[in-house]
Design a protein around this ligand. Structure first.
Ligand SMILES: [Zn+2]
Length: 204
């Protein structure tokens, strides 16, 4: 059992697998977080990954790669080198604006992580949440678009911060029409702006 990252909506409920003898693996920061929060329905990992680990089951090879802080400080990129598939959760959404105010997201580290993932050898992405029209599988074009969205958002909010428009004016006035067809654009863009205003105005 491999945890994608420490957030409970992706890791709660593992006890039946533990009872059957599964070994739980996660990034070392996920284990530290899970141990600190002591949630009763989250199994504490047995083994941890630091920067990289390769596992083999039968003739399937799976790489667990840590590319730094992004949507959490414990996100793993799981790569199947033969199949050219990656599974990495929550931070490379398919034509979807990031969730609410991007809680636990590290700026600007997430952009560096996206560059690293785009440079890897893969063809299909399993993102953990479907995109518009229930699309389940992404491509490198989706990863490049996710990075471009953050870069465009960052540039727009940075300019607004320089002009002392953070927070209320920026949340109201900044629009990114290139992405207006993306899921959750109207609902989450102002909250994403708030996240970047905190980054530019407060350095957090
Ligand atoms: Zn998450």
């Amino acid at each position: 059992m491999i945890y994608s990252h420490s957030h409970f909506d992706h890791i709660a409920g593992g006890q039946p697998f533990k009872n059957l003898g599964a070994i739980f693996v996660a990034h070392k920061n996920a284990k530290a977080r899970i141990e600190a929060l002591k949630r009763p329905d989250v199994v504490v990992p047995d083994e941890v990954v630091d920067s990289e680990r390769t596992m083999t089951l039968g003739d399937t090879t799976l790489e667990l790669i840590y590319v730094g802080k992004n949507h959490s400080d414990s996100t793993l990129v799981m790569r199947l080198p033969k199949e050219k598939i990656i599974f990495t959760v929550d931070w490379i959404p398919l034509e979807t604006v990031p969730f609410r105010a991007m809680a636990d997201t590290y700026l600007p580290d997430i952009e560096d992580g996206l560059q690293k993932v785009i440079a890897m050898d893969w063809e299909r992405l399993i993102p953990g949440h479907p995109g518009p029209d229930s699309r389940q599988i992404g491509t490198k074009a989706d990863a490049r678009a996710a990075l471009a969205y953050l870069q465009d958002l960052s540039a727009a909010v940075g300019k607004a911060a320089d002009e002392h428009k953070c927070l209320a004016d920026a949340m109201r006035d900044i629009k990114l029409p290139k992405y207006e067809k993306w899921a959750n654009y109207d609902a989450y863009l102002p909250m994403n702006i708030e996240r970047y205003c905190d980054f530019y105005s407060l350095g957090i």
